[in-house]
Design a protein around this ligand. Structure first.
Ligand SMILES: *Cc1c(COP(=O)(O)O)cnc(C)c1O
Length: 357
């Protein structure tokens, strides 16, 4: 098989060895002569998977006592609603930072539950920067933000300093760098950006912060339901949880979040240095807010698009077309993407300069 450099924004690249282990378990799991996906989720073998997955999350992110880790369904898109349901009630106000499409969707769901005060937004420049220096109202129930803006390519390098609880959608940069979990009441993330296949969503929640809204929360949307049942209230998505566990094992074995953080920084620097150096290209976002996960850039002269597109496709590069709301290109450099793939893209950019510059 030729090696494809997979820059997909999500679902994203996973380690080859994880895919191999996962495919074997689909046929014969733990030498049971049964598939992972055809055994009871209450069997000892699967309960072990769930426990391993949850404890790896705790270990890799250094999660302090008092926090619960659950794996649910519904994607981060349901997380937008669950965050509000579990932390906000009618008549109360929550503060939100609007840094793009996902943040906007989170705002829309919260408006179903209570009032939303958008305390900062970068909409005026098509979300190409992270707002700074805004006030946070002390009477709001919480401040919600999106740590990494997958579509626009911006990322919070410093988290807001807040007296009110912080809630964060970390779908596209969780496990990419060290974080201080104790700064948050809730972190949630769809698996398919940096952890596993689509189909499960990770929630990390400060347990003492739950149960304060007085809301009559539908059973499945109440985080306490799932905490009480160790993520087994109903049938969990066994395959995505299993593959997430394998990815987290891969991360741990190689040196954990600290290890991947330095590689991610190296990858991002390699690509952004070329975007800045190469006279044919330019970055889309403010430099200081550039995402290490999703780099957005454009060709200065659109007439070179056809040639460039042919060249990167010929180099076995996949998935770098930009989102339609930004245009240009987006190279997503999630944990499993090797540095050599970034180097392959940079080589094509240099080659374009040699032929067209
Ligand atoms: C992809 C993404 C989502 C949506 O996730 P789903 O699991 O598809 O619902 C939400 N937020 C961010 C930051 C994302 O990158």
């Amino acid at each position: 098989m030729t090696k494809v450099h997979n820059f997909s924004a999500g679902p994203c690249i996973l380690p080859q060895e994880v895919l191999k282990q996962a495919s074997e378990a689909v046929v014969n799991f733990n030498e049971l002569d049964l598939s992972l996906i055809e055994i009871s989720h209450r069997s000892k073998d699967f309960v072990e998977v769930m426990e391993n997955a949850r404890s790896l999350v705790k270990e890799l992110l250094n999660i302090p006592d008092g926090y619960q880790v659950v794996f649910l369904q519904g994607g981060a898109s349901l997380g937008f609603l669950m965050a509000a349901y579990n932390f906000l009630s009618e008549g109360e106000t929550a503060a939100y930072i609007n840094t793009g499409a996902w943040a906007g969707k989170a705002i829309k769901e919260a408006q179903r539950i209570g009032n939303v005060n958008v305390v900062a937004s970068s909409e005026d420049k098509n979300f190409n920067y992270i707002p700074k220096g805004f006030g946070i109202p002390s009477d709001a129930k919480y401040l919600h933000f999106t740590s990494n803006n997958t579509i626009f390519g911006t990322q919070f390098k410093k988290y807001p300093i807040s007296r009110i609880p912080l809630l964060c959608d970390m779908s596209s940069d969780i496990f990419s760098k060290e974080i201080e979990v104790n700064k948050f009441d809730l972190i949630y993330a769809g698996a398919q950006k940096n952890m596993g296949p689509a189909g499960t969503t990770l929630y990390i929640v400060k347990e003492s912060a739950l149960g304060k809204t007085g809301n009559d929360i539908p059973t499945m949307l109440d985080l306490r339901t799932h905490i009480k049942k160790d993520s087994m209230f109903n049938t969990p998505p066994v395959f995505p949880i299993f593959v997430s566990m394998l990815t987290l094992q891969w991360l741990k074995k190689n040196g954990g979040v600290k290890w991947i953080q330095s590689i991610n920084e190296q990858k991002a620097k390699t690509l952004y240095d070329e975007i800045d150096r190469n006279p044919l290209f330019e970055g889309v976002t403010e430099k200081e807010d550039r995402s290490t996960m999703n780099a957005t850039f454009v060709l200065k002269d659109d007439q070179q698009k056809e040639t460039f597109d042919e060249m990167w496709k010929a180099a076995n590069i996949s998935g770098i077309n930009g989102h339609r709301s930004v245009g240009g290109y987006r190279a997503s450099m999630y944990n499993a993407l090797p540095l050599e793939s970034v180097q392959a893209l940079v080589d094509v950019m240099k080659e374009l300069e040699r032929t067209k510059g």
